[in-house]
Design a protein around this ligand. Sequence first.
Ligand code: WQD
Length: 336
Amino acid sequence: MKKILVTGGLGFIGSHTVVELQNTGFDVIIIDNLSNSKMEVLDNIEQITSKKAAFFNIDLRNKKEVKHFFNTNTIDGIIHFAASKAVGESVEKPLDYYENNIGTLVYILQEMRDHKIDHFIFSSSCTVYGQAAELPITEKSPVKPAISPYGNTKQIGEEIIRDTCKVHNMNAIALRYFNPIGAHDSIKIGELPLGVPQNLIPYITQTAAGIREQLSVFGNDYDTPDGTAIRDYIHVVDLAKAHTAALQRLLSNENKEKFEYFNVGTGKGSSVLEIINAFEHANNLKLNYKITTRREGDVTAAYADTNKVANELNWKTEKTLEEALKSAWEWQKSLI
Ligand code: WQD
């Protein structure tokens, strides 16, 4: 049974990917420093899959601990989620972001080189495109100068991996996520934002739950049909399955280049107001919101061209936006 290390495996996308990996027959080891997740997620995963992943509470910034882990564990492949991911926070604390997102990536890649681990999946983001000139966004769309240190760490991360794959016997795939939302069908795992949510869906569900007074819609003067910004909201379970598809591509040596990257989205754009309406309709409730000014750094519209991921990874989304918004609300209610 292939042993797969999932860093950040107790996080939102990480935990859903661990479930899919275990359901696909992989033996999973999780490293997480619990800076943006909770220990109980490990038991919740086991309740879903009846398999307990091995867990190591390691901060990947601790090079000694990382080295010791790889000296004492045999790994066949790595899916690397562990990173800081708040765009706004990254502007305030750039050095924390470069240390945590880039420094730790280098340590992981050094251990892969030394231990001849040659299958690597990297958590990247559509943020690398900035405001793409053409929509939907294909992998040929140019990577633009990042507008946040967070986005820059994803761009730099991909370049580090590309350079490493050139000279070491390593094969890697970067998955450029659009906007992951929702929760597992079991409602045992979901998004656990610590503090005030930065992202739209957790802010919506916390507003509906009365935890937040009112949702602010950041701008309705964009050049879009209803004036609010457009994104590609993908169910987190579909996104998790894209990771197992990418891993299997590498393990069966089907990758065409040593470093590949794929846009992972639904291919459909939804505006903020469309999301609000869909959430209200799916969950039969009214949401308290107001229109405010734009948020610094937001792009007008971003949604994926899914041809490459469909043709090469033989993957496509199976879940609907409505299912994602329903599961997000069910998950929020389970937390109360
Ligand atoms: C979506 C839309 C906001 C909150 C970021 C990162 C991306 C990934 C996902 C990590 C935008 C609007 C939001 C609110 C609002 N992160 N909004 N009121 O900015 O598209 O992507 O998060 O992997 O890399 O860039 O997601 O959910 O923050 O915003 O009106 O309270 O909702 O303006 O149009 P975003 P988001």
